[in-house]
Ligand binder design. Structure first.
Ligand code: MG
Length: 369
């Protein structure tokens, strides 16, 4: 396959509800749609997932553009390939910039699937017809607001509730949740809000029968996570720590966690995400698909990835209407009884909603080879 044109469209979309974690509040999401056109005029789509401030990893929407335009897209000029597995090797000369790489590689995966008239899930090796859609609830104005949201999602059949926590919004909140919902499948995400000095405080999380505690410590703290995991019964899940297959090997062999959150953007694309999945499956470590407040294209890629057999835990893949007034894809992603159908149509299985894209477009760049 050969690429003949790449389009970069920058959109800024207002979140339906502001999303607050222990570090940041996201009110609007700026991102690039990456459209890759091949010699047969077929088009594949990817989406950048970095935020506009580097609180999650070092990447931002601005560094994504820089990496794409200046370093990654030029590597595809005149490059002929048989399979998208070759792309991450081609990109290896550029260090990190994982979310920029993932957006472009993802578009090529979509294009590859469309060329073969197969679904993206199918070409990745997906085995599920539907995936379990968990919900992630940000820090709310009050505990009452949070309980109200949990009740609504539980009634809608959500298979697990995740709540974001920070110091001062943790044990007190969990106590109230468990008082109202003693058996609901529940997990928490700290986004690195703690450190090893707070180990006695963290031990108390074991009282609340949590499926897992996600990323209690900083991303580089593999050792401290391993020390904590030995002292608590709640499984630790790593998110921000896992940038690659090697990070996954390190975390599992060191005992830093018992569960891995895979995000395509954080690990540099679908090829690496699949490698991590395959390794975890072999090691009997459950994985689930994390979310980056994606619009529809990124969400569609997540659905395809989460159809792989090792994704045994519900992911942070909500329906479009949970995040946006109008999504950039049609049909929108719909959650029914806590489940999302994996599309059978070719590629990502969704068309673009050109009207929503036009209404939120900031700028467009076209690179022809
Ligand atoms: Mg997380």
């Amino acid at each position: 396959m050969k690429i003949k044109e790449i389009r970069l469209q920058c959109l800024k979309m207002k979140m339906k509800y502001p999303f607050q974690n222990s570090i940041s509040t996201v009110k609007a999401k700026e991102f690039y749609i990456v459209s890759v056109v091949n010699e047969n005029d077929k088009t594949g789509y990817g989406e950048t997932v970095a935020f506009d401030f580097p609180w999650y990893t070092e990447e931002t929407v601005h560094t994504n553009l820089l990496a794409l335009e200046s370093y990654l897209i030029p590597l595809l000029r005149g490059f002929e390939f048989q399979h998208p597995n070759e792309i991450s090797k081609r990109f290896a000369v550029v260090k990190r910039n994982h979310m920029a790489k993932a957006a472009l590689e993802g578009a090529i995966w979509d294009l590859y699937a469309k060329e073969r008239n197969l679904s993206l899930a199918n070409v990745l090796g997906g085995t599920r017809q539907e995936i379990k859609a968990g919900i992630s609830l940000g820090i709310q104005p009050s505990i009452k607001d949070l309980l109200y949201k949990i009740e609504a999602h539980a009634e809608a059949g959500c298979p697990r509730i995740k709540v974001k926590i920070k110091q001062g919004w943790d044990l007190n909140v969990l106590k109230e949740i468990r008082a109202s919902f003693p058996t609901i499948p529940l997990m928490v995400d700290a986004n690195s809000a703690y450190n090893l000095q707070q180990i006695d405080h963290l031990r108390r999380f074991d009282e609340f029968d949590l499926i897992m505690i996600e990323q209690p410590f900083a991303d580089g703290d593999f050792l401290d996570h391993a020390i904590l995991q030995k002292q608590i019964t709640t499984p630790i899940c790593l998110d921000e720590s896992i940038h690659s297959f090697e990070d996954t090997r390190l975390a599992i062999n060191l005992g830093s966690c018992q569960i891995i959150n895979i995000k395509i953007g954080r690990v540099g694309g679908l090829f690496e995400a699949k490698r991590i999945h395959d390794f975890c499956l072999e090691k009997n470590v459950p994985v689930w698909c994390g979310g980056m407040l994606e619009a529809g294209i990124g969400r569609a890629h997540n659905i395809a990835l989460a159809s792989l057999p090792g994704f045994t835990l519900p992911g942070d893949i909500g329906g479009s209407s949970h995040y946006w007034e109008k999504d950039i894809i049609t049909p929108e992603v719909i959650v029914q009884d806590g489940r999302i159908q994996v599309p059978n149509e070719s590629g990502i299985g969704f068309a673009l909603n050109e009207e929503t894209i036009a209404n939120n477009l900031i700028e467009e760049k076209i690179i022809t080879f």
